[in-house]
Design a protein around this ligand. Structure first.
Ligand SMILES: Nc1ncnc2c1ncn2[C@@H]1O[C@H](COP(=O)(O)OP(=O)(O)OP(=O)(O)O)[C@@H](O)[C@H]1O
Ligand SMILES: [Mg+2]
Length: 90
C-alpha cells in the first residue's frame, strides 16, 4: 500500500537518508528503529510531504502519492512543529 522507493536526502551536504526503500502492506504496522540521527524523522517528513526529498518517490496504492491522499493521514511528530526563533507576535 505504501512504498518508499530509493529515498535520499541531504542537509547542506550531510546525508540524512541514503537510498532507502521500504514497503508497508495494508493493515501492517511498521516501526522505524535507529540511533539518533539515523534519518527516521526525515523519512517520515518525506512520506508526509513536509519535506521534498532530493531523490526517490513515495507511492500510495500503486501510484504517486497526492495531496488528497496525505490529507487523510494522521501524523503526530515528536516535535510540535513550532518555529523556535519566532515570537508569538511575529
Ligand atoms: N532541518 C535539518 N537541517 C539540518 N540537518 C538536519 C535537519 N533535519 C535533520 N537533519 C540531520 O539529518 C540527520 C537525520 O536526522 P533525523 O532527524 O531524520 O534523524 P532521526 O532518526 O529522526 O533522529 P532522532 O532519533 O534523534 O529523532 C541527522 O544528522 C540530523 O542532524
Ligand atoms: Mg526523529
Amino acid at each position: 500500500m505504501l512504498e518508499v522507493n530509493r529515498l535520499s536526502h541531504s542537509f547542506a551536504g550531510k546525508v540524512a537518508v541514503d537510498d532507502l526503500s521500504l514497503s508497508v502492506d495494508r493493515g501492517e504496522i511498521v516501526g522505524l528503529v535507529g540511533r539518533n540521527g539515523a534519518g527516521k524523522t526525515t523519512t517520515m517528513r518525506a512520506i508526509m510531504g513536509i519535506l521534498d526529498p532530493d531523490s526517490g518517490s513515495i507511492v500510495w496504492d500503486g501510484r504517486p502519492i497526492t495531496r488528497s491522499d496525505r490529507i487523510a493521514f494522521g501524523y503526530m511528530p515528536e516535535e510540535r512543529g513550532l518555529y523556535p526563533n519566532m515570537t508569538i507576535r511575529s
